[in-house]
Design a protein around this ligand. Structure first.
Ligand code: GCU
Length: 432
């Protein structure tokens, strides 16, 4: 119950503000139907074929995919959903090591905090990357990069991690940073990750761009140059995804990290973010979507749990203006989310659901992974292996595409991490 409440408290507030702001706008005047949780009421739909280009030509070879379909889909997702893909002069980005302690996690790890300046001459905006690197390693360590919601200090009760005010930070409103230290440490199996030989890096997404609708004025948005009036303004998920690529730039500078083995992961809205980051930036060796739901792994056309209409209303800033027009007719979307996963191909991808996370439509997440399989096959991988049906709970299935349905609610647990570590061992470190 607590988790459910927490999940809705902030979005509900943001939604209220957004609703007030948008009241009267015809795109939002529509009533949002109550969410459907009945499999029998899922409308009939046909998924777009990822291997047919917009002009109707069949994508028959890996080269066709690479040269024609992949760029076309990237452009479509940018224009119609996430907004323009930002480009910022590389010289604006700077990294500064703030702290380093080789005796973290009981001596198992070296902890670093590295500041990423997104606009170095102005010192702001910035985000602090928290990094644990295993001390017991033979060479540079593979790394998980996963953004966090509440601040780096909330991921651990390690007192060496600095806690600080993030102006406008909403998740912890009314609390001092110290009061939230370790608050979500259950989601971050740092000890286990490091013991398995992986480094792990995280930053707080609200340092990049605050999570509310301010017309894209705050955070990193002003760096993205000319505003667009074509409905494709870079929206917040795209801004957070862009920052993950900047974090990867930073990891690439560290001799103790093997940035060719960087796995980008995210939970929930940050799972949507990880998918978009991984789809665009091919330096990410693998991608993990944990309970990412609507706008992430879940198919939009199923209209089960959260819908496009609902997400656009509650979180208008996550997606660009053009996405708003699809709420009333998801079948007119020129893509569905299986094609977002396909954009990660041939790199390994893990989609994870949870039994009680019906809002995120576990079956829609599974079907999306399945729908990406033809692209993975075309590119010469074993795709989803022999998986055709959603597996029973708590079994990890698949090959280069992997999936599980964990027993429980909307969360990241130790069970999830154990699967992710096995997946990373098998597909990234000891390549299939
Ligand atoms: C809300 C939202 C989801 C999102 C989730 C989260 O529930 O409707 O789309 O994934 O928040 O990020 O926690």
């Amino acid at each position: 119950m607590f988790a459910v409440l927490r999940r809705f408290t902030r979005p509900a507030l943001a939604a209220t503000a957004a609703t007030l702001l948008l009241a009267g706008s015809s795109a939002f005047a529509q009533n949002i139907p109550a969410p459907n949780y009945d499999e029998a009421k899922v409308p009939k739909f046909e998924l777009p074929d990822p291997l047919v280009a917009a002009d109707g030509t069949k994508i028959a070879t890996a080269d066709d995919w690479r040269d024609k379909r992949r760029p076309e889909l990237l452009d479509l997702f940018a224009r119609e959903m996430f907004g323009k893909r930002p480009s910022v002069a590389p010289e604006k980005i700077k990294f500064e090591e703030l702290t380093s302690d080789s005796n973290a996690l009981g001596g198992k790890a070296t902890r670093k905090e590295i500041r990423i300046y997104f606009d170095a001459p102005n010192q702001t905006p910035k985000a602090d990357l928290l990094l644990y690197v295993p001390n017991d390693r033979k060479g540079p360590a593979p790394v998980f990069l996963m953004p966090n919601f509440e601040g780096n200090w909330a991921t651990t009760d390690d007192p060496g991690v600095r806690a600080f005010e993030i102006a406008g930070h909403f998740w912890n409103a009314g609390k001092t940073p110290e009061q939230t230290r370790g608050h979500v440490k259950g989601r971050w199996s740092f000890d286990r990750i490091v013991s398995r030989g992986y480094a792990v890096a995280t930053l707080c997404y609200e340092e990049v761009d605050l999570d509310f609708d301010d017309g894209f004025k705050n955070g990193v948005h002003p760096l993205f140059g000319e505003r667009s009036d074509a409905g494709d303004e870079t929206a917040s998920i795209a801004a957070w995804a862009w920052a993950l690529s900047r974090a990867l730039d930073c990891l690439e500078t560290l001799p103790e990290i093997d940035a060719t083995k960087a796995i980008v992961a995210g939970h929930s809205r940050l799972g949507k973010t990880a998918l978009w980051a991984g789809a665009q930036d091919e330096r990410f060796a693998a991608v993990i979507s944990n309970n990412s739901g609507c706008g992430g792994a879940a198919l939009s056309r199923r209209e089960f749990g959260e819908t496009v209409a609902k997400i656009n209303k509650s979180f208008p800033h996550w997606f660009c203006g053009n996405f708003k027009k699809y709420g009333a007719d998801v079948n007119s979307l020129p893509f569905d989310q299986h094609e977002l996963i396909a954009l990660i191909a041939p790199r390994p991808v893990y989609v994870a659901s949870a039994t009680r996370d019906t809002w995120a439509d576990p079956k829609g997440e599974f079907l999306s992974a399945l729908g990406a399989d033809p692209v993975y096959r075309l590119l010469g991988t074993d795709g989803f292996g022999d998986v055709k049906e959603q597996p029973k709970p708590d079994v990890s299935v698949g090959a280069t595409i992997r999936y599980h349905l964990r027993t429980g609610g909307h969360d990241v647990t130790d069970f999830d991490w154990i699967q992710y570590l096995d997946f990373a061992d098998e597909t990234v470190v000891n390549k299939r």
